[in-house]
Write a protein that binds this ligand. Structure first.
Ligand SMILES: [Zn+2]
Length: 75
């Protein structure tokens, strides 16, 4: 592998990890079974906004579709 290829490979890995970390900060609790999941657990979508996000998602625990409010755990 070339040095350039190695550097690009490492960079994309870092960016991927950062995006994953950002989406893990958003936690939503299922209104049906009370299971808490991060956005990355449910759909892998990351948001760059502060405050609250809400989304129509399917719960991985009870398989129920519900309107879930996601909040940042660190806010
Ligand atoms: Zn659930």
């Amino acid at each position: 592998m070339s040095l350039r290829g190695l550097i690009l490979g490492l960079m994309s890995d870092v960016i991927k990890k950062k995006m994953e970390a950002a989406s893990r900060k958003w936690i939503g609790v299922c209104p049906n079974c009370a299971a808490a999941h991060s956005i990355s657990d449910i759909g892998g979508i990351s948001y760059n906004a502060a405050g609250r996000k809400s989304a129509w998602v399917r719960c991985p625990s009870c398989q129920t579709h519900s309107f879930r409010i996601f909040e940042t755990a660190t806010a």
